[in-house]
Design a protein around this ligand. Sequence first.
Ligand code: SAH
Length: 374
Amino acid sequence: MTRDGQREATRRHRAPKPPKHLADLTPGERDLWAEDLGLPRMRARQVARHYFARLEREAAAMTDLPAEGREQLVARLLPELLTEVTRRTADGGATIKALYRLFDSAALETVLMGYPGRVTLCVSSQAGCAMACPFCATGRDGLRRNLSSAEMVEQARLAAALTAGGGLGPDVPRRLSNVVFMGMGEPLANYRAVMTAVRAMTAPAPAGLGLSARNLTISTCGLTPGIDRLAGEGLAVRLALSLHAPDDEARDRLVPINRRYGVQATIAAAHRYFQATGRRVSIEYALIRDVNDQAWRASLLAERLLQYGRGWVHVNPIPLNPVPGSIWTASRPAAQEEFRRRLEMAGLTVTMRDTRGQEIDGACGQLAAREVDN
Ligand code: SAH
């Protein structure tokens, strides 16, 4: 282990844990917890129904619980985990970025995006991140701690409640449909908690939030053992791989974990994920001017992806959202166009990712980072 790794491990070890919450547990464990607290088993189920099916955590609204002790019961099973600090909107109200404070004053952010046919929430899996990708705002301050499962589920519960209340405006469905683990943190570095959260998000109500696993995306910078482990879970979640370069020279710099798991090994793991699950893998590629946006890199990217054939992958280039103080900036439009053209000519499907909420620092840890800087 490197010295940084040791420091990181010590810090994580010492970090106090967020209070235990129903959403940290499987339905069977919830019953046992109620019993341990000296309550009838059905209490855990009643509270879970309010939380997951009605998106409610106000004790006063849970009138089927005995009035006596109701407040204490709810405070115990559904402790407050996220306190909203700021909320900013863009795109005519259809994009909402929220910054939350956690029990230990760590911060996390979410971005909720409403479209005519779907509502997508970008969730965080860690407070900070240890991966240190130099173009990403979250990576600059390192990892503070892993989030608990319930801290992840609660991000989705709050967003689902806001969506159900019509908070994204009239042109958007009133149901949260998609969750992408593309907020702060590396989800595969917090593997167990992320899996528990995924299960709570996808279990049918009232045991869970009832989202479709097919509409969940786990985005990773390429922890290949984690990708293989995920492939064995029997879940239909989508995998996004943050590749950002087709060659080790550029990727070593952009995504430092590449020095351990190189480009070819990472693409191979992504392809194994496709083989195991049948889900098409998304390749994320932030286009950075004169760093990774050359036409020859588009051709090399196509060659390396197509060594496994055509239908298994699609590419999502996104112009870099520049981080304040960084020397890097977004590619020129002509370079973006040429990059896309080369990929398409080679036979890949390409979707230029939209840059929702850019004016509210909608991308990639920027709001939380700014808050920490101030
Ligand atoms: N750690 C995970 C998920 C979090 S980041 C991962 O690496 O995939 C979600 C996506 O945003 C990743 O593709 C990441 O590389 C990208 N990203 C981070 N900072 C960015 C920036 N400044 N501009 C564009 N994309 C960025």
